[in-house]
Design a protein around this ligand. Sequence first.
Ligand SMILES: NCc1ccc(-c2ccccc2)nc1
Length: 244
Amino acid sequence: MRIDVVTIFPDYLAPLDLSLVGKARDSGLLDLRVHDLRDWTTDRHRTVDDTPYGGGAGMVMKPDVWGAALDDITGSEVERPAHLVVPSPAGHLFDQRMAARLADDPWLVFACGRYEGIDARVMADARRRVRVSEVSIGDYVLGGGEAAALVIIEAVTRLLPGVVGNPDSLVEESHGTDGLLEYPVYTKPPSWRGLDVPEVLLSGHHARVARWRRDQALRLTAERRPDLVARLDPDALDGRDREV
Ligand SMILES: NCc1ccc(-c2ccccc2)nc1
């Protein structure tokens, strides 16, 4: 997979050199390139923003600079289609299902806006040539799209074949295929500051451990995310589960 990120703060994406994404890059599973939007400016001040038509506070990112950058980047490979991903408060809400869909794309190009956003004609023009998705990672205000791009790139990269050592760990994970929140986890010592690991986890009885974990996941999901319970496939719940 190839991922390009366009931003006026390239250093914000430095964490993508580390850990899981860094290893995917080093191993060649991920070709990730970060670009400074200002490299496509033509004035001596390297201007990327201007005042909004219609008035109002703040500044809007200029279409001509973004257009030149996206033309260069998305036009650089003709044999594979680019998917432009624009982090935005107005976007479709990102979730694990969207992560799985994006992980199937051969090429993602992230356009990270700042200020009050990117001139809307940039996305309208890009839709003439490539797939465009505006994506939100939640209902809160950020200063720009970079933090959202980091979140989306990490969630997508870990789904790429060969990135995570044990693919089994991808199945049970919270918000994974079972749609429940993650059960509580424990490791040694068995007692710590007067707090003991639940006995069942020390029993070696795998069926009981599995049942305890599912019960915990259902309890936590019902308590914290009733919206996820509503989405559960009723057939996936065995008889006892319906008591939740
Ligand atoms: N869903 C989180 C999110 C994503 C992007 C932005 C944003 C803010 C300013 C300019 C451009 C994008 N804000 C929040």
